[in-house]
Design a protein around this ligand. Sequence first.
Ligand SMILES: [Zn+2]
Ligand SMILES: [Zn+2]
Length: 301
Amino acid sequence: LIGVTILGNNSALPAFDRHPTSQIVTIDDQLLMIDCGEGTQMQMSRYKIKRGKINHIFISHLHGDHYFGLIGVITSMGLLGREHALNLYAPATLLEIINLQLKVASTTLPFQLNFIPIEKNGLLCAESKFTVHCFAVKHRIDCWGFRIAEKKNPRKIDREKTLQYEIPTAFYERLKLGEDYTNKEGELIKNEWVTTPNTETKVYCYCADTIYDETMVAHVRDCHLLYHETTYLHDLKDRAAARFHSTTEQAATIAVLANAKKLIIGHFSSKYESLEDFLKEATAVFANTELAIEGVSYAVR
Ligand SMILES: [Zn+2]
Ligand SMILES: [Zn+2]
């Protein structure tokens, strides 16, 4: 099961009790953090996000509204006695920044910080239950989008049937991959007699700060949930382009072109107090759109 919880939905300046960008992706019992703007720790405690369950943090780019909260999160993990490793995926320069911050404070982390620089499109991380691919988006500085996919075995075991056919549990992993079983008597037990097809693998795509760019569509195609920034409403599309950001209609158009099942929009400019028009304009182009609201979790289905 994948879900996405919004911790920050605003762009650069915090405004109207909206915070800079951060999200938590939940895959079963694992939490992934995407971006970590200022105030993320406070948002984590407000929404009861457990630090210890976060083993992977992805930073899209090095504008402050996407990483100024990171050193706080990392050092708190250390103060709380974390021992298990943390994987941090980000543009290469971030490691220099973090190392300097730790050095001047003479802080030594009690856990291993594995830094994985994001350098080119492709597979960034492969774990037993999910994979993450990254792709370049077009922004003023290097910026990356992420495609997070559940990893599932193709078949699910029917325990009653495997007991009935006396298949040893040691063979279960191979059954999940679709293999047939031959017992001691040489009888063939067909895979489909003892398993059922697993549910569909779900995909979540995150596109942080980006100008409208149709080349992104190939990377987010057919996803179940798409997050796309909408810094501005449609009438400011020239300003959006000049600042390498997107509008409501543009985000919704990407969702249409990509055949996404659902769209959430965020990274709202602090000039807007009400978000109503964002929803109105986006749903006119792509009906299944929701605003990214802080504290709300969106199921990927
Ligand atoms: Zn931003
Ligand atoms: Zn930016």
